[in-house]
Ligand binder design. Structure first.
Ligand SMILES: [Zn+2]
Length: 62
């Protein structure tokens, strides 16, 4: 199973809720395309680290 969370259907989300909880318990990454979050980048199709985005926002803000 190498599909990303982004590929999960509503049905899969319901069926694999425990797996989803494990993958999203301490999210550090989000998907720029689908707005999903995860502990690890490789379950997202366009992963970006939270920190990176926060730094960028701070820089853009000032
Ligand atoms: Zn995605």
């Amino acid at each position: 199973m190498s599909e990303t969370l982004c590929d999960w259907s509503k049905h899969e989300i319901r069926e694999r809720a425990e797996e989803l909880l494990e993958l999203t318990r301490n999210p550090e990454f989000f998907c720029r395309k689908c707005a999903r979050v995860a502990n690890i980048p490789y379950v997202l199709c366009k992963p970006m680290k939270f920190e990176k985005q926060l730094r960028k926002n701070a820089k853009d803000g000032d």
